[in-house]
Design a protein around this ligand. Structure first.
Ligand code: ADP
Ligand code: ZN
Length: 764
C-alpha cells in the first residue's frame, strides 16, 4: 500500500511517544464496524501504537458492556477529543499497511452516501475478501538487522560465516527467514543463532506470502500503429489532459472496429512512461488471455483481474498493484478499486454495458465510481463505446464530457448492410415454425459455400422457454419464483433461470396426465438442433452459460472458431461483444423482439445496443458484411434505427422520450424492493415505507414522484414475495439523503428485507 500519510498524521510533532504522552497529548481513532452497530466510534490509541496506526487499517477494539473485542476500520485519526479519558483503548492493530489509500477511503464515503449503503459495507465491498483474510499468507519469524548493528559488528570478533550471513541480510531488500538466510549465505543455522545472541540480528513475527501468481515472460514487444487522423485527434485531446495532469472526462464514441483500443493503448503508454498506472475497466467477457497479450506486448506488466482468480491470487495482485509494480490494471467493475499508488488514467471500455452495475450491496455503477475517482485523484477518464449509454451521451451534449468521435472503420470498409426480415410474412402460421426464415437460410448457405463464417444470436438459453400441456393448458412454473420453466433438452430437465430449481423433463402433464406435453418458444438449444439439421455438412458451436460452464471453455470455443474448425457460432449475447473475426460475412439475429418488450425503461436502449454490437461482428475482413434481423415488429422505430445504424437519431428520439417521463438522465430514480416470506406482511411494509418516503418527498421535493408500491415484475423469487416502488426526482436533486433518513427510521422484522437500488439497471 502507498505510504501516503493522511494529513492528520503530518500535524504531529516528531516527539518520542513517551514524551507526547507525558505532555497530555492524545491520539483518537474513529472506528466503523462491518458487523456490529452502525455509526462511528472513537477510541484512544495507546502510545505504543502511535507510530504504527494509519487511516485505512483495521483494529480490534472493545465494544459494549462486556467489552467484547471486535474488528473495525480506522477511518480517521484525530489528536483532539473533548473527553479523551472516557474513551476505551484500541486493543490491537490488525494490519501493518493500510488496506486503502486516503483517496479510496474518501471514495468509499462518497459511495456510502450515493448508493444508500452503510459505509462499512462499502469498505468490505471494495477490499477483496482474500486481502482482508490475508489469503496466501502465513505467520513466520523473519530476521532483520538490529539498530546499530553495523557499528557493533565492527567492534566484535565475527567468524567468516557470521560476516557472510550479516552481509546477506544487510543487502536483502526484505527481511528473511532464518532458513532463507542460511541458504542465501551458504551456511548452517549456527552462525545465524550466534548473530542473534550477539544482538546484531533480531527476530520479528510477520505474515509472509506463501502463494504467488506464476509470472509468464512478457510477449514480444509490439510497436504502436501510426494513428489515423481521427485517432490522432482523439489522442491529442486525451494527451493534453494527461500532460496538464487534470481531470477531464472524454466520451470516445467510435463505431465497431474504428480503433478505440488503439487510442487507449497509446494514451496509457504515455501514462506508463511517466511512471504512473492506468486502470482499464472492461466487461468480464473481454478478460481473455488475448486481451492480456495485446496490452502486455505494448505496455509491460499487466494485472488481469478476472473472476476465476483465487483469493490468494487476488490478494497477491492487490499487493503488487499497491507497490506500483503493475503498469496497467485490467478488470471488470471491482478493478475500479485497485490501490494504484500513482493513478494516471482510467479507461472504461464498452461503458454502456449493464454489467458495470453491481447487483448486490454496495449497488454501485463502476462507470460512476470511475468518474468520481478520476475527479478525486485529478486524472482523466476515457469512456469508450460504439453505442454510448444515454447518460453519457447526454452529459456530452450538455458539455460535461468532451465528445471524441471515430466515424470510420480502420480499413475504411463500410459498416455491414442490415436488413430486417418480417417474420409475420415468412413464417407459416400453421406449420411448425422454423427459427431460420427462408431468406436467412439462403444467405447462410451462400456464405458457407464460399468458405465464410456465420454468427447467429438468440438471447434465450435452453431449448424452449414454455412447457405447456395442449390438453389442459397447464404451463409449468417454478414453485418458488412463479416464472415459466425452460426446457433444456441437452440435460433432459426443466429449469428455472432465476433460482436453478430443476425437474426431470416430464413426459406427461403433471396436472391432467396427458402424454403429449409440448415445448414452446425458441431457445439456443433448439436453434442448435435446427442448424445442425439444416446444415449437416458444417460444424456449429453453441455459446451460452450452459455450454460454457467450465473455465476456459469460452476461450477454446473462440479459438476453434478462429481456426475455422467451426463455421457457425450461435449463442446468447455472449457472442455479441468484442469478437473480431475477418471471415464472418453474415450475422443473423433470430428474434430481435425478445428484449424489446420487457417492463423496463431501458428496454429500447438495450435492444439497440445489442443489435448494433452484434452487427459489428460482420464484415471485419475485406468484404462488406450482411446482417439479417428477424422480428415480428420490424416497423418498431428502435429496430429501424438499429438497422440504419443511426445512433444519433436513436439517442435523440429516446432522450426526448425519457425527458417527457422524467427518467434518467433527466432525473434520478431509486427503486425500493421489499421482500418477505409472507405476501401480506411484505406488502404492508412496502406500503409503510412508501408512505413515509412520499410524505418526505412532499415536504422536500414536491416535484418528485412515487410510483407504486406494486408487485415486482418477478413477484415471487426464491420463495420470497417481492413488492417494489420507485421514486423519481427531477434534475440533480440528490435523492439518497432523503431515502437514507426516511428508511433508516423503519425497523422491519428480520424476515423482511428492504433493498434500496439507486439508479437501478435491473428493473425486474
Ligand atoms: P475497436 O476497439 O474500436 O473495436 P480496435 O482498436 O480493436 O477497434 O481496432 C480494430 C483493428 O484495427 C485491430 O485489429 C487493430 O489492431 C487495428 N488498428 C487499430 N488502429 C490502427 C491503425 N492506426 N492502423 C492500422 N491498424 C489499426
Ligand atoms: Zn425459481
Amino acid at each position: 500500500m502507498a505510504k501516503s500519510r493522511s494529513p492528520q498524521r503530518l500535524l504531529f510533532p516528531r516527539l518520542p511517544a513517551w514524551e507526547r504522552d507525558a505532555q497530555g497529548e492524545v491520539l483518537v481513532a474513529r472506528v466503523l464496524f462491518p458487523r456490529g452497530p452502525q455509526g462511528q466510534f472513537d477510541y484512544r490509541v495507546p502510545p505504543g501504537l502511535w507510530d504504527k496506526i494509519e487511516v485505512g487499517m483495521r483494529v480490534r477494539v472493545p465494544l459494549g458492556p462486556s467489552d467484547r473485542l471486535r474488528v473495525g476500520y480506522c477511518v480517521a485519526l484525530m489528536h483532539e477529543h473533548p473527553q479523551p479519558q472516557q474513551l476505551k483503548e484500541v486493543a490491537q492493530l490488525l494490519d501493518s499497511q493500510p488496506l486503502l489509500t486516503p483517496q479510496l477511503l474518501e471514495l468509499s464515503q462518497w459511495m456510502a452516501r450515493r448508493y444508500v449503503c452503510p459505509w462499512p459495507t462499502v469498505l468490505e465491498g471494495m477490499i477483496p475478501a482474500g486481502v482482508r483474510s490475508g489469503s496466501g499468507k502465513r505467520w513466520a519469524t523473519v530476521l532483520e538487522l538490529a539498530p546499530g548493528a553495523r557499528e557493533k559488528a565492527s567492534k566484535l570478533q565475527l567468524s567468516r560465516k557470521q560476516l557472510l550471513a550479516l552481509e546477506h541480510l544487510a543487502s536483502a531488500s526484505e527481511p528473511m527467514r532464518a532458513e532463507e538466510l542460511a541458504r542465501a549465505a551458504g551456511c548452517t543455522l549456527a552462525p545465524i543463532r550466534a548473530l542473534r545472541q550477539k544482538g546484531l540480528v533480531r527476530a520479528r513475527r510477520v505474515r509472509l506470502r506463501t502463494a504467488v501468481v506464476e509470472q509468464k515472460p512478457l510477449p514480444a514487444r509490439q510497436e504502436p500503429f501510426e494513428p489515423t487522423p481521427q485517432q490522432r485527434q482523439a489522442l491529442e485531446a486525451i494527451l493534453q489532459a494527461l500532460r496538464q495532469r487534470r481531470h477531464e472526462v472524454f466520451l470516445l464514441h467510435g463505431i465497431t472496429g474504428s480503433g478505440k483500443t488503439e487510442v487507449y493503448l497509446q494514451a496509457i503508454a504515455h501514462v506508463v512512461s511517466s511512471g504512473r498506472q492506468a486502470i482499464v475497466l472492461v466487461p468480464e467477457i473481454s478478460l481473455t488471455p488475448q486481451t492480456r497479450q495485446r496490452f502486455e506486448a505494448r505496455l509491460g506488466r499487466v494485472a488481469l483481474l478476472h473472476s476465476h482468480l483465487s483469493d490468494a491470487q487476488r490478494s497477491w495482485y492487490w499487493e503488487q498493484i499497491a507497490r506500483g509494480q503493475v503498469n496497467v490494471v485490467i478488470g471488470a467493475r471491482s478493478a475500479i478499486f485497485a490501490p494504484t499508488p500513482q493513478l494516471g488514467l482510467i479507461v472504461v471500455d464498452e461503458e454502456h454495458e449493464s454489467s458495470f452495475k453491481q447487483e448486490n450491496a454496495p449497488r454501485y455503477h463502476a462507470r460512476e465510481v470511475a468518474l468520481r475517482r478520476g475527479q478525486l485523484e485529478g486524472v482523466p477518464v476515457v469512456l469508450g463505446s460504439a453505442t454510448p449509454s444515454l447518460e453519457s451521451y447526454h452529459a456530452a451534449q450538455q458539455g460535461h464530457f468532451r465528445l471524441l468521435r471515430l466515424t470510420q472503420r480502420i480499413n475504411r470498409l463500410p459498416l455491414p448492410q442490415v436488413k430486417l426480415i418480417d417474420l409475420r410474412l415468412v413464417l407459416h402460421p400453421h406449420r411448425a415454425s422454423s427459427l431460420l426464415s427462408p431468406p436467412l437460410q439462403n444467405a447462410m448457405r451462400e456464405v458457407l459455400q464460399e468458405g465464410g463464417q456465420v454468427i447467429l444470436l438468440l438471447n434465450r438459453r435452453g431449448y424452449s422457454p414454455h412447457v405447456q400441456c395442449p390438453a389442459c393448458g397447464h404451463t409449468m412454473q417454478c414453485p418458488h419464483c412463479e416464472i415459466s420453466l425452460t426446457y433444456h433438452r441437452q440435460d433432459a430437465v426443466v429449469l428455472c433461470h432465476y433460482c436453478q430449481y430443476e425437474l426431470p423433463a416430464p413426459s406427461r402433464c403433471v396436472e391432467c396426465g396427458f402424454a403429449g406435453i409440448r415445448f414452446f418458444g425458441w431457445g439456443t438449444q433448439r436453434l442448435e438442433a435446427e442448424v445442425q439439421r439444416r446444415f449437416p455438412g458444417y460444424r456449429a458451436l453453441r455459446m451460452d452459460t450452459d455450454a460454457m460452464r467450465r473455465p476456459g471453455s469460452h476461450q477454446q470455443a473462440l479459438e476453434a472458431f478462429q481456426r475455422g474448425e467451426v463455421q457457425i457460432l450461435l449463442g446468447t449475447q455472449m457472442i455479441a461483444k468484442g469478437l473480431d473475426f475477418p471471415r464472418v460475412h453474415l450475422v443473423g439475429v433470430i428474434n430481435a423482439d425478445t428484449a424489446l418488450h420487457l417492463p423496463d425503461f431501458r428496454a429500447s436502449e438495450r435492444t439497440f445496443q445489442l443489435l448494433v454490437q452484434v452487427a459489428g461482428r460482420a464484415g471485419r475482413g475485406d468484404r462488406r458484411g450482411l446482417v439479417l434481423v428477424q422480428s415480428f415488429t420490424p416497423e418498431h422505430p428502435v429496430l429501424q434505427c438499429a438497422a440504419a445504424q443511426q445512433y444519433e437519431q436513436f439517442a435523440q428520439t429516446e432522450l426526448k422520450h425519457r425527458q417527457e417521463l422524467g427518467y434518467p438522465p433527466f432525473g434520478h430514480l431509486a427503486r425500493v424492493v421489499v421482500r418477505g416470506p409472507v405476501a401480506q406482511r411484505a406488502l404492508a411494509w412496502a406500503q409503510q415505507a412508501a408512505q413515509r418516503v412520499s410524505e418526505e418527498l412532499r415536504a422536500q421535493v414536491p416535484q418528485g414522484r412515487l410510483l407504486g408500491p406494486a408487485p415486482a415484475p418477478l413477484a415471487r423469487l426464491r420463495g420470497h414475495y417481492r413488492f417494489h416502488f420507485q421514486v423519481l426526482v427531477p434534475g440533480e436533486v440528490p435523492l439518497w439523503d432523503l431515502l437514507d433518513q426516511t428508511l433508516r427510521s423503519l425497523k422491519p422484522p428480520e424476515e423482511i428485507h428492504l433493498i434500496v437500488d439507486v439508479d437501478p439497471v435491473n428493473m425486474l
